[in-house]
Design a protein around this ligand. Structure first.
Ligand SMILES: Nc1ncnc2c1ncn2[C@@H]1O[C@H](COP(=O)(O)OP(=O)(O)OP(=O)(O)O)[C@@H](O)[C@H]1O
Length: 242
């Protein structure tokens, strides 16, 4: 087993005559944290969908867990996605007529193995045990995102992709959700890959990558004199890259 969990080489995505990813190469190692930033429309979600095996690239190579998934059948891609990848979305994407616990169990149901003990552990770690039987409509944004994180971790993935996981949360809840993701990353030795516009987050991550003009490039480390996190009383400072 190599230290690289994911290796992408020269990925292209074309939509009609538009090139959205223009030769993206990136490696993600185990037990790491990566922040991906970029202007709106720069292709961050598109990149996530390709790295997370939701969509195939137009061209390029993608190796996950030593398997060349660019050469794999859709069936194999679906299995690797189920076993290796967890997704957290900005808009939670919970199923309305399933309880919190049933929502979190969906990936296990797809896999055909329900692990009640692991769900118990996750709900406890995320402090949502008391909410297990509630439906999404009765949960706050922060609670929904915790359920969505439980769902992302249901199959003990090696890598979590979180697309603006705090975008709909107030700053304080956002910090709590990120603390949870980092805590779980440490405990489970996963790779955590997050899309966020919030530049104040950069110091928390091992590295920051910027997607611009279809290319993904490493950003210099954030200097220590930049505050790591704003307090809940401070205004938001969305990333502006001009
Ligand atoms: N299925 C699709 N068909 C055609 N074009 C698409 C499709 N999905 C995305 N695009 C286009 O690809 C570009 C990148 O979109 P994407 O959602 O990946 O950007 P983003 O960086 O995640 O944006 P945001 O920060 O606003 O969410 C946009 O120009 C978008 O219109």
């Amino acid at each position: 087993m190599t230290q690289n969990l994911l290796q992408a080489d020269d990925l292209f995505i074309r939509r009609g005559d538009q090139t959205i990813l223009d030769g993206v190469s990136v490696t993600i190692s185990r037990n790491s944290s990566t922040l991906i930033q970029g202007l709106s429309g720069s292709g961050k979600t598109t990149l996530f969908n390709v790295l997370g095996l939701l969509n195939p690239p137009s061209a390029g190579t993608l190796i996950i867990d030593d398997i060349d998934v660019s050469e794999s059948s859709e069936r194999t891609r679906a299995r690797i996605r189920r076993e290796t990848v967890g997704f957290v979305f900005q808009d939670f994407r919970l199923i309305d007529d399933l309880t919190a616990r049933e929502n979190a169990a969906v990936p296990q149901e797809h896999r055909g193995e329900r692990d009640e003990a692991w769900l118990d552990t996750l709900f406890e770690a995320l402090a949502i045990t008391d909410l297990a039987d509630q439906y999404p409509a009765t949960l706050s944004g922060g609670e929904k995102q915790r359920v969505a994180i439980a769902r992302a971790l249901a199959n003990k993935p090696d890598i979590i992709f979180a697309d603006e996981p705090t975008g709909q949360l107030d700053p304080r809840t956002a910090t709590q959700v990120l603390d949870l993701l980092f805590g779980l990353r440490d405990q489970m030795e996963m790779a955590l890959v997050v899309i966020s516009h919030d530049r104040d987050l950069a110091r928390r991550f091992d590295r920051v990558l910027l997607l611009n003009d279809g290319e993904l490039n490493e950003q210099p480390p954030v200097s220590d004199d930049v505050p790591a996190e704003r307090s809940s009383a401070e205004p938001e400072h969305p990333l502006t890259l001009q």
